[in-house]
Ligand binder design. Structure first.
Ligand code: SF4
Ligand code: SF4
Length: 405
């Protein structure tokens, strides 16, 4: 038995590695450990060894593949353009299918079931909001302590799912609401809708859409991710642009091409919100505002920079909002958020979080822009209370409304 899932790592991808090692200096886990098996090249060697029947999918293989952040910095560096993200997701699915773990059932319930259930998401968020008001949420060992980085959760809980805004005869775009994004980060959806309306669009958020499947897929639950993709492909059929304001979800939707024709349509129509807003600013449908004389430090989420090759557009929004852009860590390492990474590898996630926070602190700027919900939580956890962390579209929306940040 070599591979057991329907979508194992592809030989054509594995064969494209020429073992040049150009990916090693950009890989956070290799930089922290200096260990070849913690590098992209080393992980690919292990996956290739399984494909060739030289080793088995065992606990060591599980360890080697799960230590990867799936940040995809290696993809950007690779001259062979090896689709490392796809390969490691497939390898993780094999490890999950073949190596039993004690917490697998609860993890699958959370990632494969709860995230796609608006009812379960709302119930757990209300509970989290109450714990947050009791000042105990951040100290509980939930999701590796990541909840310490949550925004203040609103009560009663709003939701953008099922909403429709703007004139019916305007160009229609779909707002991808996501799972935790809809309950934990509703302000970002509100800002997104506000800016898209100002740009002249009609915005609709189909009630039948569900979680994109990224967290399930990254954690090796490929069949759950496939089923979420099926739901989204039906829910968001048509030709409208799909607007996403969480980098991890956007990168995953842009990889739906793996699901055939319907998936290719979703992939082609998906845009990060900063892409569509930047285009409207450049076309003069949204204004460039006067300088406020203040600065914003921009954090580049891996799934925006490496997963979608987007770095210019968030900066364009910040500048159009009247702020000077400050780069804290150009070409830097992942902040360590990486989905459930902090549950499995809390020390490494913490080291990366502390390092990223130190880079931001060194700028002396206290307003931070991040286009990914997970990164935002990680930054809030490692920066002190004096920092405000917002999505670039929120900064632009506030400036548009004449509000100070
Ligand atoms: S995805 Fe990130 S952590 Fe994983 S091998 Fe590539 S660079 Fe290293
Ligand atoms: S940069 Fe690409 S080709 Fe070179 S070792 Fe890394 S994965 Fe292989």
């Amino acid at each position: 038995m070599v591979w057991v899932t329907d979508h194992p790592p592809k030989s054509v991808d594995l064969d494209s590695c020429v073992t040049c090692g150009l990916c090693l200096p950009v890989c956070p886990t290799f930089r922290l450990t200096g260990d070849e098996t913690a590098s992209p090249r080393g992980r690919l060697a292990a996956i290739t060894a399984v494909a060739e029947g030289r080793i088995e999918v065992d606990e060591r293989f599980d360890e080697i593949t799960s230590f990867c952040l799936q940040c995809r910095a290696c993809e950007t560096a690779c001259p062979s353009m090896l689709p490392y993200g796809e390969v490691i997701e497939a390898a993780r699915a094999e490890a999950v299918a073949q190596v039993p773990r004690s917490n697998q059932a609860i993890r699958r319930l959370a990632l494969g079931r709860a995230l796609r259930s608006p009812l379960m998401m709302r119930a757990s968020t209300i509970e989290a909001a109450v714990l947050q008001r009791m000042d105990v949420l951040g100290s509980l060992p939930i999701v590796g302590g990541a909840t310490a980085g949550l925004r203040r959760l609103p009560l009663p809980l709003p939701s953008a799912r099922g909403g429709a805004w703007g004139p019916v005869d305007a160009e229609r775009v779909i707002l991808f609401t996501g799972c935790v994004a809809d309950t934990w980060f509703t302000e970002i959806h509100t800002a997104t809708v506000r800016v898209l309306l100002a740009a002249g669009y009609r915005v609709e958020a189909p009630v039948t859409q569900t979680c994109c499947g990224a967290l399930a897929s990254h954690s090796g639950f490929g069949s759950d991710a496939d089923s979420m993709a099926d739901t989204n492909i039906s829910s968001m059929a048509g030709d409208a642009t799909i607007v996403v304001n969480v980098a991890g979800c956007g990168a995953h939707l842009k990889a739906y091409g793996r699901y055939g024709d319907g998936g290719e349509g979703i992939a082609a129509r998906t845009k990060d919100v900063t892409e569509i807003v930047a285009q409207a600013i450049e076309e003069g449908r949204l204004p460039t505002l006067a300088s406020s004389g203040h600065r914003v430090v921009v954090q580049d989420p891996c799934h925006l920079e490496h997963g979608q090759k987007i770095t210019r557009e968030p900066r364009l929004l910040i500048e159009a909002a009247g702020y000077e852009v400050v780069d804290a860590d150009p070409g830097g390492m992942c902040c360590g958020a990486a989905g459930l990474y902090q549950v499995d590898h809390p020390d490494t996630a913490g080291q990366l979080g502390v390092a990223k926070a130190a880079k931001i602190e060194a700028t002396g700027v206290r307003l931070v822009a991040s286009g990914n919900a997970g990164c935002e939580m990680q930054l809030r956890r490692y920066l002190d209370d004096g920092y405000e962390i917002l999505h670039p579209v929120e900064i632009y929306a506030k400036a548009l409304a004449g509000q100070k940040t």
